[in-house]
Design a protein around this ligand. Structure first.
Ligand code: ATP
Ligand code: MG
Length: 409
């Protein structure tokens, strides 16, 4: 089990690297591409076509819903896909192909000359990740030549992220994320990265960022991710300072729905925070980072992980923890959305933050509604068992009152 100190140091060091790269990324982004795709045009088209819909291929009607046309086409899918792509979706495909993905800055090749080394041995085997080799539902074989490269979307810890379009029909728009293997190995997170990829590959939920496939070359791993057109939620929060109750309630409803799904699959996220959330084309929330999440077959874990401000008391106190740590983090997230900073933050020292978490030293500014204070209070319970169930969160008056009515309702 990792000690609090070692994990916090690791988290802190990652965040420092992160901030630096994020800053440089935003400046290089500005200079790298003067021409952005028209947002409204992209919005309309992406809503329908950007995220490859596993049910899109009409030939797959009888197949398990894991199939998508990004997967290896079987004999049956091949014949029928030809029909569907030319007839049923003909116009849409033309549009998909015409979406402006922005100007490529050549960054991947430039970076690859300077960054990373070839890797060997056991770690290299661990990172030889290719979704075309999956036993269950393998994808097609992918490589960089399969994509038209578009604008840079950002820089992550281990490499750059680009907007891309598949050359093959139906010309899906994706975010292609690169990870340098040698850096993953240096940071000793090869198992964690592999686990993150394996977990994300198996998830299908509208509020969980899809991972459609992955492949690798000598130095890098490439992740084919759902394109989150409205970018990082954290940027929105920084821009506005905080969100209205209505907007916060909409996000928390989607988070609760996604967490119910994840917990149903025995996945505990463990690192919920605004930095790990992205926004889709309609502003819908997408959980995007599974770095710390864990499959929980035994339902109880004791490894300490996550970011300080969102840690539940049982994690701070190094006790066993369960999926209820995500309930706590949802309470912290609700508070941060509404106030602009997390409830137990103490900038003077980490120790004080821990102390405040362990005491549940919670204070509300008078501006908050009684309803949301009630909800946060029910999630931020010291005893995991006393925390409000996620199904109850979704029924809470503060959530229900802001939920848009569906066409049928
Ligand atoms: P970090 O610690 O900076 O979050 P990371 O390795 O987790 O690093 P990401 O956050 O996944 O990297 O990617 C870096 C940036 O690229 C993000 O801040 C975001 O702006 C952009 N980005 C990543 N994935 C996507 C996506 N699927 N759609 C749109 N933009 C994305
Ligand atoms: Mg990230």
């Amino acid at each position: 089990m990792a000690s609090i100190g070692s994990v916090t140091r690791q988290v802190a060091s990652l965040e420092i690297t992160n901030k630096r790269t994020t800053n440089s990324s935003s400046s290089s982004l500005k200079s790298a591409h003067s021409k952005h795709p028209s947002q409204s045009n992209v919005s309309k088209l992406l809503t329908k076509f950007a995220a490859p819909n596993p049910l899109h291929s009409s030939s797959n009607a009888n197949k398990p819903h894991h199939s998508s046309s990004l997967r290896h086409p079987t004999a049956t899918t091949k014949t029928t896909t030809t029909h569907s792509s030319s007839a049923a979706r003909g116009d849409g495909l033309k549009k998909q192909a015409s979406i402006d993905i922005g100007q490529y800055d050549g960054g991947l090749e430039l970076e690859n000359e300077k960054r990373g080394e070839r890797v060997f041995g056991e770690a290299a085997q661990e990172l030889a990740l290719d979704s075309s080799h999956l036993k269950k539902y393998p994808t097609r074989e992918w490589n960089l030549h399969g994509f038209d490269m578009g604008r840079p979307l950002g820089k992550g810890k281990f490499g750059r992220v680009y907007m891309v379009r598949t050359k093959c029909e139906p010309n899906y728009i994706l975010a292609l994320k690169t990870l340098y293997k040698s850096e993953i190995i240096q940071t000793k997170v090869e198992k964690q990265v592999r686990r993150e990829i394996e977990i994300q590959q198996n998830l299908r939920h509208p509020n969980v960022l899809r991972l459609y496939g992955y492949f690798h070359d000598e130095k890098r791993i490439f992740l084919m991710l759902e394109f989150a057109a409205k970018g990082e939620l954290y940027k929105q929060l920084s821009k506005h300072g905080c969100f209205t109750e209505k907007r916060s309630s909409r996000y928390i409803d989607q988070m609760a729905d996604a967490l119910i799904y994840l917990h149903g699959k025995h996945v505990i996220h463990r690192d919920i925070k605004p930095e790990n959330l992205l926004l889709g084309i309609n502003g819908e929330l997408k959980i995007g980072d599974f770095g710390w999440s864990v499959h929980a077959p035994s339902n109880r874990r004791t490894t300490l992980c996550g970011t300080l401000d969102y840690l539940a008391p049982e994690m701070v106190e190094s006790r066993e923890h369960s999926e209820k740590v995500d309930y706590w983090a949802l309470g912290v997230l609700t508070y941060e959305f509404l106030i602009g900073n997390p409830p137990f933050e103490d900038r003077s020292s980490m120790k004080n933050t821990y102390r405040r978490i362990a005491k549940v030293d919670l204070h509300f500014p008078p501006t908050l509604s009684a309803e949301v204070k009630g909800l946060i209070g029910k999630l931020l319970q010291y005893e995991p068992e006393k925390r409000l169930a996620l199904t109850e969160v979704r029924k809470h008056p503060w959530i229900v009152k802001y939920r848009p009515r569906t066409a049928s309702g």
